[in-house]
Ligand binder design. Structure first.
Ligand SMILES: *Cc1c(COP(=O)(O)O)cnc(C)c1O
Length: 457
């Protein structure tokens, strides 16, 4: 079943054309697909065929039935979760890199993967003001990055207590404890569970009305403790006071990990220096390039101050494995071995934006969020959070009205946001996280929300 070269060329051209056509119309399509479009997905199944089918037919079927059932995240009016948009240069680099199909596990496998990851690491450490010598692991997302950070923390703290966790495991090990904010992300608890530390023993530090840890009420810390600080809460955008947390942790000999999935990027803009002050004092950090930096999905990063701690937790070897050739061996800092060359599109985005471009992107998201907050307040909505970054949590007069408004907004096709509960109230949470969102998109969405609140008025 080897496709001939002509077929391959036709397939790739067809795919490139479909990608281009899709994006050129993405702002005109319904932001969430219609029920009809979703029903059209039935054509993709249900059973695997006995003898397969022509590859061009397969691609056409995917484009015809899959495309209409997409969520139009590439446009300017998708505000759900914290999903981010895609910079054209990053997407283009990804398309080329996918054709290259490089494996970033070992330097010997792909010089270009190794070089772009090495540059991406250096540039990001510089851009975010992290300590020199800090290493990065290019993983699938923040969930994995936080797990990797905790594995480094676990190994390093236990080693200091005289316990080799790789060899001896956790049974019988000195107990470790985690302190995190009462408003930590669900993936933090998942990582704590996966790392074998267990969520029962977590101490939740009290938080302020925006969801940030209050430094003055931080529980006592010691050398058995991992503190997980948050840079950017998913509903409010709140940042824990990371500098104060790190200073307390240093004195006590604790490890600090920062979950900065979308908020770590604030460190790239001077305007948000007050939010990330002291960030560089932590021991490990996680961030998503597929959020604020607007890369395609599957792009998380773990940073670790102590390279030995991260590689010590994640190393692996074998007689056929070739490491230390001089080029970067990506597998030493990730839980995965084989994986795609994630550094390529990070390199492309950073090479294109430069330092000021990244700052401008972050600033723009904040400006649009402020535009949302002001416009919605003026229209009689209540904004329940302090809009310090890119998140806006907004409510109508009653929970019932908020939920009805959200559901009509989601059905409008004009824009899409998701909901949450904040301060005991149902909220519509607006996450401005795409470069493609213009002031006009914000105005249009506010108008849609006003109509959705009182559809007959
Ligand atoms: C999105 C998010 C995560 C999870 O990131 P994934 O890339 O989806 O794994 C963790 N923490 C925060 C604060 C987030 O916003």
């Amino acid at each position: 079943m080897k496709p001939d070269i002509t077929t391959r060329d036709q397939l790739i051209s067809r795919a490139a054309r479909a990608a281009r056509d899709y994006l050129s119309g993405v702002d005109d399509r319904a932001v969430f697909p219609s029920e009809n479009a979703i029903a059209g997905l039935d054509a993709l199944g249900p059973d695997i065929s006995e003898h397969g089918r022509d590859d061009e037919q397969v691609l056409d079927l995917l484009i015809e039935r899959g495309g209409p059932a997409t969520v139009a995240q590439g446009g300017g009016r998708y505000f759900g979760f914290v999903n981010g948009g895609v910079l054209p240069v990053a997407l283009a680099a990804r398309i080329v890199a996918d054709a290259w199909d490089q494996n970033a596990a070992m330097g010997v496998m792909s010089p270009v993967a190794a070089k772009t990851e090495a540059l991406a690491q250096d540039w990001l450490v510089d851009l975010l003001g992290l300590p020199k010598g800090c290493v990065a692991g290019f993983v699938s997302g923040t969930s994995t990055a936080t797990l990797a950070g905790l594995l480094a923390a676990r190994g390093a703290l236990l080693a200091r207590l005289g316990w080799d966790v790789n060899a001896r495991g956790l049974f019988g090990a000195p107990p470790l404890r985690v302190v995190t904010g009462a408003q930590c992300h669900g993936t933090v608890l998942k990582a704590i569970a996966m790392a074998g530390i267990g969520t029962d023993g977590v101490t939740f530090a009290p938080v302020d009305d925006n969801g940030a840890i209050r430094a003055e009420t931080l529980p006592p810390l010691d050398a058995n403790t991992i503190v997980i600080s948050q840079a950017g809460h998913v509903v409010t955008g709140a940042f824990d006071p990371v500098g104060a947390i790190c200073r307390a942790a240093k004195t006590a000999g604790s490890w600090v990990h920062v979950d900065g999935a979308f908020g770590l990027w604030a460190a790239a803009s001077r305007r948000f220096a007050h939010l990330t002050d002291g960030l560089e004092l932590a021991d490990s950090w996680s961030a998503d390039a597929h959020k604020t930096l607007n890369l395609p999905y599957d792009s998380g990063i773990v940073f670790c101050r102590d390279p030995q701690a991260l590689t010590g937790a994640l190393h692996n070897s074998g007689s056929y494995i070739v490491l230390g050739t001089g080029a970067r061996d990506g597998m030493l800092t990730t839980p995965e071995m084989s994986r795609r060359a994630r550094g390529i599109e990070i390199w492309a985005a950073l090479a294109h934006l430069g330092r000021s471009g990244v700052a401008a992107l972050v600033d723009q998201l904040h400006d649009r969020a402020c535009q949302f907050a002001q416009g919605l307040e003026a229209a009689g909505f209540t904004v329940l959070n302090r809009v310090n970054f890119n998140q806006v949590a907004v409510a109508c007069d009653t929970d019932q009205a908020t939920n009805a408004t959200l559901s009509r907004l989601q059905q409008s096709g004009e824009a899409w946001a998701s909901g949450a509960v904040w301060a005991g109230r149902e909220v519509i949470r607006i996450s401005v996280c795409s470069w493609a969102t213009t002031p006009d998109d914000v105005e249009r969405t506010i108008a849609t929300m006003i109509t959705a609140r009182s559809p007959r008025g």
